[in-house]
Design a protein around this ligand. Structure first.
Ligand SMILES: [Zn+2]
Length: 241
């Protein structure tokens, strides 16, 4: 393979690799995975809030139950005093009776409080469960998307790997100084370092070249430089006059 042919083949190969890499990067599955993960993060935020809400209600129930138990203990103690017969003072007994009534009302109130919070807790738990289901479904969907992405992606990746190997052998066929110039231009010219002379036009920037330049290229070194875009300009098929 002569230098102009190898140079153009290398340039074509690099463009192909760039396109395939871009395709791999822009696979719709990849986009879908990222979007799904974003949504899942939001739902996980909701799950955390729901768990905090449920935890708060459970703590409130424990507190109210403890308070009700303490009131019950007090009632039992006061009732024991009444039942013991040790108090014969009528007023004192009346006072104790009123105290027991008051404590009973407090206990009822606490127990109603517990029931009310339990209702909220049920609703909160149902909501948390729904959120957990949404997350579980999302995770399954994510795994499916990842599997699909890996399937399509690995095919593309295999192509890219093959092209990379082909690229290495093409680069090896080039004169090292020319290869270095090619690489530098590729870096500075957005990946396109070579234009093929098409008639009187540079194939890269599509500007018409002065007749003198064309003649020089056709008669001299088949690898020159485009006077307009300064890329390597290659004459593939010599025009014989
Ligand atoms: Zn050009």
């Amino acid at each position: 393979m002569d230098q102009p042919t190898a140079l153009v083949a290398l340039s074509d190969k690099d463009l192909e690799i760039t396109r395939a890499t871009k395709r791999l990067d822009e696979l719709p599955e990849k986009h879908a995975i990222l979007e799904l993960r974003h949504k899942l993060r939001e739902v996980e935020g909701l799950a955390e809030k729901a768990a905090q809400y449920v935890g708060g209600l459970e703590a409130a129930i424990r507190r109210a139950e403890d308070e009700a138990a303490m009131i019950s203990a007090k009632i039992v103690a006061e009732q024991a005093k009444v039942d013991s017969g040790a108090i014969d003072n009528h007023k004192e007994l009346q006072g104790l009776s009123r105290e027991i009534d008051s404590l009973s009302r407090q206990k009822d109130k606490k127990e109603n409080e517990v029931l009310a919070v339990m209702e909220k807790l049920e609703a909160g738990k149902a909501q948390a469960e729904k959120i957990a289901e949404t997350i579980a479904k999302g995770r399954v969907k994510e795994q499916q998307l990842i599997a699909r992405f890996q399937e399509v992606g690995s095919e593309l990746q295999r192509d890219i790997d093959r092209m990379q190997r082909e690229r290495i052998s093409l680069a090896g066929a080039l004169d090292p100084a020319l290869l270095a110039r090619y690489e530098a231009l590729r870096a500075s010219k957005h990946g396109l370092a070579v234009g093929v002379l098409q008639g009187s036009m540079c194939g890269a920037c599509r500007i018409d070249l002065p007749a003198g330049r064309i003649q020089a290229l056709n008669e001299g070194d088949p690898i020159g430089e485009c006077p307009s875009c300064h890329r390597l300009l290659v004459v593939l098929h010599r025009e014989h006059s």
